[in-house]
Design a binder for this molecule. Structure first.
Ligand code: ADP
Ligand code: ADP
Length: 229
């Protein structure tokens, strides 16, 4: 069963006379509970795909099916609800609010969502039970990224979208974040889509979608994804 399915997705940007096809007929599908990585060089169209999947941008053409619904046909109002209730976002630079503690950062995100979990419990699950009352500046980069993952997971989203989540971290800290994301798939059955330019992450994924010049160049299903240690 496909949980996410893009069919002939196109995104056209008009820059004066010049037309840019940021997505030029993208097709792929992802099963529920998979850890999928979308990989490709800078300018390939990864952010465009992520923004469309996250309801931050709309496709010029094509179908974007998420859990049976075609979000490409959603109104702006429906997309707002979709972003709020259905999608967890994790960014490269964490996007935490500096004057709120770890716990308050997670609680704030839960105030507007439909089906919130317990903020404290989720922070414990990501290994931050002893960091609840620390401010972002008192936390290491890896810990800040754990807070941001907790904030995303506490919404109990259908889909976790991660944009270069290890891009600002050193090698070992990055590995620990990848392990947390891989474990989140395995233990919670969460569907995770991660975009990166770093092809070293690909062997850890269940499915690798390579994109180049707005097109899918290759899809690899890893029968035995490398467990992150
Ligand atoms: P990636 O995330 O893989 O680096 P992007 O999706 O950001 O790639 O960009 C794909 C292409 O679309 C690039 O050529 C980029 O310059 C172009 N592009 C992205 N966003 C816009 C925009 N808002 N307006 C015009 N061109 C854009
Ligand atoms: P890393 O080795 O991951 O780069 P740091 O050296 O920044 O981490 O921090 C090591 C530990 O010290 C982390 O657990 C972090 O939470 C804690 N820490 C760092 N700065 C502060 C601070 N200003 N106040 C309280 N704890 C801090």
């Amino acid at each position: 069963k496909d949980f996410v399915k893009l069919e002939n997705v196109k995104k056209r940007y008009q820059m004066g006379e010049v037309e840019i096809m940021a997505a030029d007929g993208i097709d792929f599908s992802i099963k529920k509970g998979e850890f999928a990585v979308v990989v490709g060089p800078s300018g390939a169209g990864k952010t465009t795909v992520l923004n469309i999947l996250g309801g931050m941008d709309t496709a010029t053409e094509g179908k974007v099916l998420v859990d049976g619904a075609d979000i490409a046909g959603y109104s702006q109002k429906k997309l707002t609800g979709y972003r709020r209730d259905d999608i967890g976002f994790v960014f490269q630079f964490y996007n935490l609010i500096p004057n709120l503690t770890a716990l308050e950062n997670v609680e704030l995100a839960l105030q507007i969502c439909k089906d919130p979990m317990d903020a404290r419990e989720v922070l414990e699950e990501v290994g931050l039970g002893d960091r609840l009352y620390n401010f972002p500046a008192q936390l290491s980069g890896g810990e800040q990224q754990r807070v941001s993952i907790a904030r995303a997971l506490a919404k109990n989203p259908k889909l976790l979208l991660c944009d270069e989540p290890t891009g600002a971290l050193d090698y070992n800290t990055g590995k620990s974040i990848l392990k947390l994301l891989q474990d989140t798939c395995r233990k919670k059955g969460m569907t995770v889509i991660l975009i990166t330019h770093n092809s070293a992450i690909a062997p850890m994924a269940d499915r690798v979608i390579k994109i180049k010049n707005g097109k899918v160049s290759k899809i690899v299903e890893n029968e035995h994804p490398v467990p992150v240690e």
